[in-house]
Design a protein around this ligand. Sequence first.
Ligand code: ATP
Length: 213
Amino acid sequence: MAKRQLVGLFGGTFDPVHIGHLRMALELKRHLGMDEMQLIPCHIPPHRQLPVVDAERRAAMVELAVADCPDLTASRLELNNPAPSYSLHTLQMLREQNGPESALCLAMGMDSLASLDGWYGWEQLLELGHIVVAARPGWQLPTRGAVANTIARHRADAAALREAPAGAIIIEELTLLPISATDIREQIGRGESPQFLLPDKVWDYIVREGLYR
Ligand code: ATP
């Protein structure tokens, strides 16, 4: 039997993308032995306020960020859709593109997992893919409510990603870099340089386009 393809999917606003995002994507891919890891900038984020920069230029920054990294790719899948970028729809599109056998692995932080029951169509997500959670050392799982029940039913070891195309929740402990896009936007707004918090090519693009000032 052919080896199951493991496809990592890391969605976000990426306003702008920074090395915290990139290291998390890279480390998850390596730790879990994924075949690819796609960064998917959203068009309109459903769960938060509108991004400062338009989707086209946020995607351009993600493309610049991964241009020299063979492990990471940028996806424009959500850009062409004028509706809010729901992960459920993205998984449905990717399931159609990738066929029934590949393991689609939706990457997220523990905060996102804890509030999963607020996501559109959340109960169907695990029918379409796996959820891989990047958790900081000292992480804690939600202990009560619908999400806690779902975790109890679906939590598995990383090996489960190869055993089925969907249905497992994997928690992977990673040291996440303490960097946030909000802080980067604020630094630029104050006229300070955020150099070294994001790839040079992305910072050059921000300067060229006059973003976040
Ligand atoms: P903002 O500050 O604008 O809220 P953000 O970086 O927290 O930005 P997104 O760009 O939407 O938010 O992030 C996409 C994903 O990356 C989210 O799941 C978020 O949890 C995760 N993430 C954000 N910062 C880091 C970091 N430093 N390390 C690892 N993952 C991160």
